[in-house]
Design a protein around this ligand. Structure first.
Ligand SMILES: *[C@@H]1O[C@H](CO)[C@@H](O)[C@H](O)[C@H]1NC(C)=O
Ligand SMILES: *[C@@H]1O[C@H](CO)[C@@H](O)[C@H](O)[C@H]1NC(C)=O
Ligand SMILES: *[C@@H]1O[C@H](CO)[C@@H](O)[C@H](O)[C@H]1NC(C)=O
Ligand SMILES: *[C@@H]1O[C@H](CO)[C@@H](O)[C@H](O)[C@H]1NC(C)=O
Length: 505
């Protein structure tokens, strides 16, 4: 029904009628169906092309116009333009289903992703947190039929071009500051009294992996994050599928827009791979291995994120090697430090750590999944790797620092924690390790060596739960929320939007 209504949208019609591309497959469809919106097929066919084509040619044309390119052929090095090919093929698919009247109900809702992290993750296989997050969101939306377009690295000029054509269908734009010099800024294309055709500010969501930082001109809820705020209630239940499912109470979509409770919007990503796609190494086949979660040598002395004295590894090895025959610290580390740091800190990882060097994703999985503990090093914070580790039934050691007068028992008194959304997951799944406390360090390892766990996953990262959260996000009445905020702002009751705080609906 929604598809029919939108078909009446002037822009959509103009697009169909004037796009030479669209006309080819429209012809094919019309011929197959006989009638389209009451117009005779032959009339359209003659108007558009003169004489009808053979079906095979039409099918070939349809395939040519709607296939989505092989992403490895596009690449981020394709002067940053290849993403338009992706977007345009998606729009032609949308036009085709509108013409046939068989769009998926979500297909007429468009989400645009435009950040270099998304580009890098989608086209160049970047597996860092932002890459995993962005690709996860795009997949979750595509799985549910939404039209997902790519706007390159913050290419507001291109997004404006899209918005002029498909305005009402574009529900959300997720972007982060990037290539401003080439493609302009959001402010240049924002709807203003003197620029009524601009993009409304309430459609723009700032891509911010961490739940920290600033607000958009509309409000804090317009900043979207990969991780939730931790909440009070935690359950871990081992279900019939043999998986320990963690529920955290922050699973549903929620827009926190009220001035009193305003907060960032948690979108998150879903857990890949699926349980049936991974091989869990049986506990008794695992050596007494601690896998150190670090790709780079400087994580061993990373400023404020440094959490262990550099001699802890040798001390722990000396203490544990007889108790646990074959005990080993293993890591896959590249040393890119300056000569100065190498002089100051010595070889990293410390010689007692067996360094496998740079590992690809397959090798990383094979090596850490044989461990009995994944040891967090303070950095990177809020990374996807602890989730991966838990999914492979390898527990995670999560380091934290205390504030003055703080205690290990009260996580509200911690000044730093590597992964704060794991700080309430109980042992033996996640161990909370106190920074620079050797006893805490060695005791954690000792406990973990003999405490097998089930594979552990998070309810909030299930495909179905992530899918629903993202779908609710795209379909949410953001314009309505923004209208309420504008009212409150006029009354002086809301100050989220910064000094000017001014925008057009
Ligand atoms: C995509 O392109 C790459 C590089 O050209 C090629 O190796 C790969 O097989 C292609 N994949 C598909 C599905 O065509
Ligand atoms: C945890 O389990 C209890 C009892 O089954 C339930 O009442 C509660 O809602 C659960 N909490 C969360 C956050 O799932
Ligand atoms: C990772 O490296 C191994 C060789 O150690 C190779 O066989 C495998 O194909 C590589 N995997 C990927 C995804 O590059
Ligand atoms: C170090 O950790 C141990 C074990 O968790 C704890 O009992 C002890 O109080 C900690 N020491 C300090 C100084 O906090």
């Amino acid at each position: 029904m929604q598809a029919r209504r939108l078909f009446a949208n002037r822009n959509a019609i103009l697009y169909i009628v004037f796009s030479a591309a669209a006309s080819l497959f429209l012809l094919a469809l019309v011929q197959r169906k006989g009638h389209l919106s009451g117009i005779s097929a032959s009339t359209i066919a003659e108007t558009l092309t003169g004489t009808p084509h053979a079906v095979t040619e039409q099918e070939h044309g349809y395939e040519l116009l709607t296939h989505v390119p092989n992403s490895t052929d596009v690449g981020v090095n394709d002067p940053y333009e290849g993403y338009k090919w992706h977007s345009e093929s998606r729009l032609r698919l949308l036009t085709a289903c509108l013409a046939r009247g068989d769009c998926h109900p979500n297909q007429v809702s468009i989400a645009i992703f435009s950040t270099f992290h998304c580009q890098w993750g989608y086209y160049d296989g970047y597996h860092g947190g932002e890459g995993v997050w962005c690709v996860g969101m795009m997949r979750a939306l595509e799985r549910q039929g939404f039209t997902v377009l790519h706007g390159g690295d913050n290419n507001w000029k291109y997004m404006y071009h899209l918005h002029r054509q498909f305005g009402d269908m574009i529900k959300v734009i997720i972007s982060e500051p990037g290539e401003e010099q080439r493609h302009g800024t959001f402010d240049m294309y924002k709807k203003r009294p003197d620029f009524p055709l601009g993009i409304p500010a309430w459609k723009y969501f700032n891509f911010q992996y961490y739940p920290t930082g600033w607000s958009t001109v509309v409000g804090r809820a317009w900043v979207v994050c990969a991780e939730p705020r931790i909440s009070g209630h935690w359950n871990v239940t081992v279900q019939d599928d043999g998986i320990a499912w963690v529920s955290t109470g922050a699973q549903e979509f929620h827009a926190y827009t009220d001035p009193e409770s305003s907060d960032f919007t948690y979108l998150g990503y879903d857990m890949n791979p699926d349980p049936e796609e991974i091989h869990i190494v049986p506990w008794e086949e695992r050596p007494y291995r601690v896998y150190i979660m670090a790709k780079y040598a400087h994580y061993f002395h990373n400023g404020d994120q440094m959490v262990y004295d550099t001699d802890f590894y040798q001390r722990a090895y000396d203490e544990l090697k007889d108790e646990f025959p074959g005990f080993e610290f293993v890591a896959g580390i590249v040393d890119q430090r300056s000569e100065e740091d190498k002089q100051k800190w010595g070889p990293m990882p410390p010689p007692v750590v067996h360094n496998l060097g740079k590992l690809n994703a397959t090798e990383f999985d094979a090596e850490f999944s044989k461990a009995r503990l994944m040891l967090g090093m303070g950095a990177p914070t809020l990374s996807p790797s602890p989730y991966r580790s838990l999914a492979y039934a390898v527990p995670f050691a999560n380091p934290h620092k205390l504030r003055d007068g703080g205690t290990n028992e009260n996580d509200r008194s911690w000044s730093f924690v590597q992964h704060d959304s794991l700080e309430r997951v109980p042992e033996p799944y996640v161990y909370q390790v106190q920074a620079f406390n050797y006893t805490s360090f060695v005791d954690t390892i000792r406990k973990a060596m003999v405490a097998p766990i089930e594979p552990c996953r998070f309810e909030r990262m299930r495909h179905s739960v992530t899918g629903r959260r993202l779908s609710d996000f795209v379909n949410h009445d953001w314009k309505g929320e923004a209208a309420k905020m504008l009212e409150l702002r006029k009354e002086g009751k809301d100050k989220q939007g910064g000094p000017s705080g001014d925008f057009e609906l």
